[in-house]
Every structure is written in structure tokens, then in C-alpha cells.
Ligand binder design. Structure first.
Ligand code: GRG
Length: 296
């Protein structure tokens, strides 16, 4: 389906809305150090893909930005806390994130752990600030986020990732487990939470879940490719980390070219899921396309 949809201006407008809402979400009060540390990572930029997906699906199903924004902020808080913890010396041990020194490099490991914990807790409080939406739907969003974060989601994926590091025989099934949990779960929760808030029917949720699973895997394949092909300046974090840490990646299993093709075919499958919505689905189709065209 051809479309005149202008993705650049859409992303720019949505990013600005999200930046304002995030900026207003946390003020610095006593004890200042923890709030400053939370804000340091939260306001360090980033593509804001997860909040934008939440806003876009909510809008697709007739909901407003106002009802989705608290959850959109919560998703970015959860994502940011996972980056803070992922960068710690006991995890991936990285010095740069979003073009800046990592949280623990600036505030120390103790405060970085606590900033992650505080962002996670506050994310759930944010969801409860949702206006106008019936409480059972808000509760459904809380459940969806909790499942995406815990042992059935990000945490489980991270555990298998840590266990697999340096092993020469990581299978495709294990790699896919890692990424559907570490990366896919929160992207899926981003898409579905917007839909739930707007009052999606079960068949809408099933279709959007398939859209999200396809872009989630495509996103991670592209992440693996960029780790090899992009510079530290483009990525805002250390490049070539996967090879250095002897991590199994999609390019290491399939090669770069086949990985690119796989990512592109997943994006097409994702876009096809949104076809029944016609022009209303243009934003979600364009965002799926952006997953493979991005350079950072
Ligand atoms: C969730 C309780 C809890 C703990 C954290 C460390 C950990 C458990 C999980 C790791 C999760 C992780 C870092 C996954 C990688 C996800 C990913 C592809 C990040 C990059 O996302 P982008 O490109 O980054 O959207 P920006 O900076 O643009 O937001």
C-alpha cells in the first residue's frame, strides 16, 4: 500500500511530546542525588521508540495521546532502567550509552543500581496516573508491563544472555530466546499497552502482537548488524562489543547479508499485519520500515 506518510516529521513530533512528558515526570527533590541520576539517564536522548509505539497503537484504535502518555513514559523508564543495569560492570560493563558516560561512571555503581530500581518502581506509579480509562484496562497494562520486565521477559532474556557469553555452541533457538525476551518483550508490551488503553478487541491484540513480534526480532537483528558496521559516534555506545565479548549474534550465525534479508522480510510481515487498518495503519507500517533503515 503506497502512502504519503511523513515518518521523519511524525517521529520528530512524537519525540518532542515524549521529551516534554518525561521532563515533567520527575523533579529533583531531596535526596537530590538519586533524582539527578534517574534524570541523567532518562533525559539522555534515545529514539523513544517504545513510547512512540504505545502512542501510535493507541491512536490507531481511536484513543488519545493523553490516555497513553503516562504508560508511554513508563515504558521509557523501564527501558532506561534496563540500560543502566545492563551497562553495570557485573553485566555488560560499558562506559558509554546514548553518547554519554554510563550512569555508574558518573554516579557510582551503588547509585546506578538504585536509580534503575527507582525508575522501575516509578514506572508502575506512572501507569496509575492514566486519565479517563476504566481501571480494569489500566490493571491489564500493569500486568502486561510486569510480565515483560520479570523472569518471563527482560530478566529471563538477560540471564540466558549472561549464561551464553563466550560459549561457541549457542544455537539459533537460544539466541532467539534471548532476544524475544531481552528486546522483544518490551517492544510487544509497548504496542499492546497502547492498544489495551484504547479498548482493543482480542483479534486486534492478536494482530498487533504478531506485528510487534516481527519488528522485535527485526530490531534485534539490525542491532547486531549495527554493532559490526556502525561507529561508536553513530551508536552512542561502544561498537564491536559483541565480537569482543564473543557473543553469538545473528550475523555470526547467518552472515551479514542473510541477516539483512531476514530483517527485511520480518518488517514486511509486520507491515502486512497492519494492512487491514488501511491508511490509519500508516504510522505503524512506517515505524516498521524505520527498524531496518535506522543507522543507530
Ligand atoms: C528489567 C528488572 C530489570 C532488570 C534489567 C539488564 C537487564 C535486566 C536486561 C537487559 C535488557 C537490555 C539492555 C536489552 C537490550 C535492548 C536494546 C536493543 C536496547 C537498545 O534500544 P534502542 O536502540 O536504544 O531503542 P535507545 O537509546 O534509542 O532508546
Amino acid at each position: 500500500m503506497s502512502s504519503n506518510f511523513n515518518l521523519d516529521s511524525y517521529l520528530q513530533e512524537r519525540q518532542q511530546e515524549v521529551e516534554i512528558a518525561l521532563d515533567q515526570s520527575i523533579e529533583v527533590i531531596y535526596p537530590e542525588k538519586i533524582y539527578e541520576s534517574m534524570r541523567y539517564s532518562l533525559m539522555a536522548g534515545g529514539k523513544r521508540l517504545r513510547p512512540i509505539l504505545c502512542l501510535a497503537t493507541c491512536e490507531l484504535l481511536g484513543g488519545t495521546t493523553a490516555i497513553a502518555m503516562p504508560t508511554a513514559c513508563a515504558l521509557e523508564m523501564i527501558h532506561t532502567m534496563s540500560l543502566i543495569h545492563d551497562d553495570l560492570p557485573c553485566m555488560d560493563n560499558d562506559d558509554f550509552r546514548r553518547g554519554k558516560p554510563t550512569n555508574h561512571k558518573v554516579y557510582g555503581e551503588d547509585i546506578a543500581v538504585l536509580a534503575g530500581d527507582a525508575l522501575l518502581a516509578y514506572a508502575f506509579e506512572m501507569v496509575t496516573k492514566t486519565p479517563e480509562v476504566p481501571a480494569p484496562r489500566v490493571l491489564q497494562v500493569v500486568t502486561k508491563l510486569a510480565q515483560a520486565v520479570g523472569a518471563a521477559g527482560l530478566v529471563g532474556g538477560q540471564v540466558v544472555d549472561l549464561e551464553s557469553e563466550g560459549k561457541p555452541d549457542v544455537t539459533e533457538a537460544t539466541l532467539t530466546f534471548i532476544h524475544t525476551h531481552k528486546t522483544g518483550a518490551l517492544l510487544e508490551a509497548s504496542v499492546l499497552s497502547g492498544a489495551i488503553l484504547a479498548g482493543a478487541e482480542p483479534e486486534d491484540l492478536a494482530r498487533l502482537a504478531r506485528y510487534a513480534q516481527n519488528i522485535g526480532l527485526a530490531f534485534q537483528i539490525v542491532d547486531d548488524i549495527l554493532d559490526i558496521t556502525a561507529t561508536q559516534e553513530q551508536l552512542g555506545k561502544t561498537a564491536g562489543k559483541d565480537l569482543q565479548a564473543q557473543k553469538a549474534t545473528y550475523p555470526s550465525l547467518w552472515g551479514l547479508e542473510a541477516s539483512r534479508h531476514k530483517a527485511e522480510s520480518l518488517v514486511i510481515s509486520a507491515q502486512n499485519e497492519v494492512l487491514p487498518w488501511g491508511e490509519k495503519g500508516a504510522a505503524l507500517r512506517a515505524i516498521a520500515g524505520y527498524i531496518t533503515s535506522r543507522t543507530h
